[in-house]
Design a protein around this ligand. Sequence first.
Ligand SMILES: O=P(O)(O)OC[C@H]1O[C@H](O[C@H]2O[C@H](CO)[C@@H](O)[C@H](O)[C@H]2O)[C@H](O)[C@@H](O)[C@@H]1O
Length: 274
Amino acid sequence: MPPLNLGNQPPKTPLNADQAWQTTADRAAETILFFDFDGTLAPVADDPTQVQAAPKVLAAIETLAPVVQRIAIVSARPVEFLREHFGGLTGVDLYGLYGLEHSHSGGETVTEPAALPWVPTMAELADLARAELPSGALVEYKRLSVALHWRTAPQLAATVEEWGRAQAERLGLRLQVGRMVLEIKPPVDRDKGMVIGELVQGAGGAWYFGDDVSDIKAFAALRARTADDPDFLGVCVAVANPETGAEVAEAADLTIDSPAALGDFLTQATHHLT
Ligand SMILES: O=P(O)(O)OC[C@H]1O[C@H](O[C@H]2O[C@H](CO)[C@@H](O)[C@H](O)[C@H]2O)[C@H](O)[C@@H](O)[C@@H]1O
């Protein structure tokens, strides 16, 4: 394998992406491509219901899916939401709600059993948030989590965070911060790092593309797999943004400018891999 100088190994040198794709091409059938959704495959929008994958992204994923071992979308969104965007693509696995739900290649949605007793608590929490938070805050109910957004009312950040933290403490729930959002989740051990750590066990390589702090756990899972097996090729790619971009880029091997630029990058990858 060519020396790629991956990760935060000092001295950190820029990753040669063409070289990494070429190495991937030699082991494509053993390679997994993981993608976060919001801010990575889809540009951020004020209204979370109105997002769409960036141009070229879906076509590139459709081309790559039969070539690699697996493509997986690993997101904080529910699987049913992801299905609306990727359901037409065969060979794409969906991991929703940080892995509390999954669906393999168009199959039924499977929910982590330990999370199910928390559905009523989450529904009540969403109702309470709508009743108590100022109207500028956006409450997104996702069956097994509640996301509290302040993108369109940044002046409410502290109020919303304080309210969310107090409710999580009162109800014994967990928190995940994100881009102008605080997510409240059941106390179940499941995150993007755990999902990736399990899926890469039998793989020869994996790429993970993400933009938010929850994606750093996924990067760490690839680092851990590489530490166990130096022949494993793990590539961590950040997608730039003004909120979490610096922290995520610091943990990544390379940074791509935007979801639109990722569409171009993946299209380039299809030329290496097909
Ligand atoms: O794991 P992801 O797929 O990246 O999901 C993380 C959060 O994404 C969504 O919120 C973010 O995107 C919204 C739409 O562009 C934007 O309005 C918001 O400010 C961002 O935080 C989603 O709505 C959340 O539920 C996810 O937790």
